[in-house]
Ligand binder design. Structure first.
Ligand SMILES: Cc1ncc(COP(=O)(O)O)c(C=O)c1O
Length: 344
């Protein structure tokens, strides 16, 4: 079988031998009774890492985000977020389906939304005929913007605004680890500005399944109820929690290697006249580029014929994501293929 260089997403990683070993040997119990020692250990470890009172293991990033939004809001409320935020674009309308809330959208730059954009959208408390603004959501790193880092200074200003209007803040930190490694700001410092945080273990960190949500104990107690109510109460979950714990303990620092690899590909691509790459947006493990004179489908087909799997980033945009299952040799081979496709 042909071995592809798989740059579609950092979700395609497979558990390493060492990770599989800890999974095999994990101590387990019934987590619906809160008796799974490995899940409990993972939750305590993650809460400490994120500087929160409590944390909860959930199967997916989507479920993590949506449980948090559910806990923070009531039906009819509104949450402000960026126009291409994952919670708006790629979560199957779950804010409406699960929580009966609506989203108020802002066009961001590199995924960043600022207090001067947010403030005019906050509904006046006296306007009983309008939805209630309840929370502001931020995505860091921002997927559709190309894995861009949301600056901590701006997050601080948004928090000040949220406090002024008594609003909650939720962080979709599916790739918060990448933001932290790229910026040097700790995940704890980022998380400190938010009431709820959702982080993924199954993306760049290489675990097969799982996300963590974190916040005050009262919020996580409620999240535990919501997780059960929507079918997310798992039993001997330590088998996968062990992989998550291994990922947190071993695979954060190495993300800088993924960032370097994305940068190598971006620099190579930027040499071609029929490719547009915004180098300023290449900050972590993703890279978006616009082919000129070729459709995205055509590029994806040609790349696939030569051995690279890639994805679509947005309209007219090709997306590459580097991860722990792409070696330096494969990056070199990918560069040769790109030369063939764009210069050949
Ligand atoms: C920014 C962001 N948030 C949330 C998710 C959802 O994660 P999951 O696929 O585990 O539901 C993703 C998935 O790619 C994502 O990129």
């Amino acid at each position: 079988m042909k071995k592809f260089i798989d740059l579609r997403s950092d979700t395609v990683t497979k558990p390493s031998e060492a990770m599989r070993k800890v999974m095999l040997n994990a101590e387990v119990g019934d987590d619906v009774y809160k008796e799974d020692p490995t899940a409990n250990k993972l939750q305590e470890y993650a809460a400490e890492l994120l500087g929160k009172e409590a944390a909860l293991f959930v199967p997916t990033g989507l479920m993590g985000n949506q449980i948090c939004l559910n806990v923070l809001t009531n039906p009819g409320d509104e949450v402000i977020c960026e126009r291409t935020a994952h919670i708006f674009q790629y979560e199957s309308g779950t804010p409406a389906k699960l929580s009966g809330i609506q989203l108020s959208l802002i066009e961001g730059k590199n995924g960043i939304i600022t207090p001067s954009q947010i403030e005019p959208l906050i509904r006046p408390e006296s306007a009983y005929y309008m939805p209630r603004t309840k929370a502001i959501e931020i995505e860091n790193t921002h997927n559709v913007a190309g894995g861009t880092v949301f600056p901590i200074e701006v997050i601080k200003e948004v928090r000040q605004l949220a406090d002024k209007y008594n609003l909650f803040m939720h962080l979709d930190g599916a790739r918060l680890w990448n933001a932290s490694v790229a910026s040097g700001v700790s995940v704890k410092d980022y998380a400190g500005y938010f009431n709820t945080v959702s982080v993924c273990l199954s993306k760049g960190l290489g675990a097969p399944i799982g996300s963590i949500i974190a916040g005050d104990k009262s919020i996580i107690d409620e999240a535990f109820r919501v997780r059960k109510a929507i079918g997310g109460g798992m039993r001997q979950v330590g088998i996968i929690a062990a992989a998550g714990l291994f990922a947190l303990q071993n695979n954060i620092d190495r993300l800088k290697e993924d960032h370097y690899k994305a940068n190598l590909l971006a620099e190579h691509l930027s040499k071609f006249e029929n490719v547009e790459v915004d180098m300023a947006s290449v900050q972590t493990n993703m890279l978006m580029f616009k082919p000129i004179g070729m459709s995205v489908d055509e590029v994806l087909n040609r790349l696939s014929n030569e051995g690279i799997l890639a994805g679509q980033g947005g309209y007219g945009v090709v997306r590459f994501v580097t991860h722990l299952d792409v070696s330096f040799d494969e990056i070199e081979r990918a560069k040769q293929i790109l030369t063939k496709v764009f210069e050949g």
